[in-house]
Design a protein around this ligand. Structure first.
Ligand code: SF4
Ligand code: SF4
Length: 283
């Protein structure tokens, strides 16, 4: 059995201040950070005893986790477990990277996002070069604000050719992008068509709740980040019985961390085993 787990603990603070984000410059209290650390430690221990599974993990903190040592330690530990296939985290890549030398680099893959208002292209590319030297796999993403398009194109030119650059499309306003914007974005990210739409999902089989699921700091499980109903708790002995094939109950699914599990999209053909960390195989 192969499980893909999205873990999100209580941490929600971030060292960046992107204007569109509710976690901008939010500072977690000492108490929250301690709880986050303890709960993460418990989760890592639980993963270590799931010896009959292969477990892939994507940390999706509300804020920035990698500036915290307990996430760095968790990634190092998980990467060294024989039953872990992959460990990944969504990060703004602002942290120091030397600690990654202690990880099993074969199993670590980072989902990094460039925030043009918070750092410079040069600084971000320098971090990418450090990852290249460390031989850590990673994708780079940018939010597709129209005014950021020139910088996104510049990023594509300067980034290593072997690094996939994805764009998160803004979908609230269907007329937000012109035909030419979409053409330009498709040159940068040939797979942006997946993200330019909210995929019809109600009644379709999705691996969420079956072989992939979301876990919070208490161990509560929901099938995905977008359907909040708790279906069990990983620390309960009968937990596995709650996992079985399910049909999506939401009308649509518009985020990569969700629609990639919709079987009808067959996204493996473009992302292979890089689905969790968003690394496409062909671009
Ligand atoms: S880096 Fe991410 S979490 Fe932090 S403020 Fe920006 S969007 Fe929010
Ligand atoms: S399609 Fe999206 S919203 Fe529906 S179950 Fe899957 S991940 Fe959740």
């Amino acid at each position: 059995m192969i499980w893909s787990i999205l873990y999100r603990g209580p941490l929600s603070g971030c060292n960046y201040s992107c204007t569109y984000c509710p976690f901008a410059k939010k500072k977690d209290s000492k108490k929250v950070l301690e709880m986050d650390s303890q709960q993460l430690h418990k989760f890592v221990n639980w993963v270590s005893i799931q010896s009959d599974k292969t477990i892939n993990i994507l940390f999706t903190p509300w804020g920035e986790g990698l500036i915290r040592k307990h996430y760095q330690d968790a990634i190092i530990q998980l990467s060294q477990m024989p039953n872990v296939g992959k460990v990944s985290i969504q990060t703004n890549l602002s942290c120091k990277l030397k600690w990654l030398e202690s990880s099993n680099k074969e199993k670590v893959a980072l989902w990094t996002t460039y925030h043009p208002t918070q750092t410079t292209l040069t600084q971000f590319l320098n971090k990418c070069q450090q990852l290249d030297i460390l031989k850590i796999k990673y994708s780079v993403g940018v939010v597709g604000f129209r005014e950021a398009l020139p910088e996104i194109e510049m990023m594509r030119q300067k980034l290593s050719k072997s690094t996939y650059l994805w764009i998160n499309a803004l979908k609230k306003n269907p007329d937000y992008y012109s035909t030419d914007d979409i053409r330009r974005m498709s040159v940068v990210d040939p797979h942006i068509h997946y993200n330019l739409q909210n995929h019809e999902s109600k009644g379709f089989y999705c691996r969420a709740g079956h072989t992939t699921f979301s876990v919070n700091g208490d161990g509560d499980v929901s099938r995905c980040h977008f359907i909040k109903e708790i279906i069990g708790n990983i620390y309960d002995v009968d937990f596995e019985q709650r996992l079985f094939p399910k049909l999506c109950i939401n009308d649509t699914c518009g985020c990569h961390i969700g629609y990639v599990h919709l079987e009808k999209l067959n996204i493996e053909k473009d992302f292979g085993d890089g689905i969790l960390e968003r690394i496409a195989t062909n671009f």
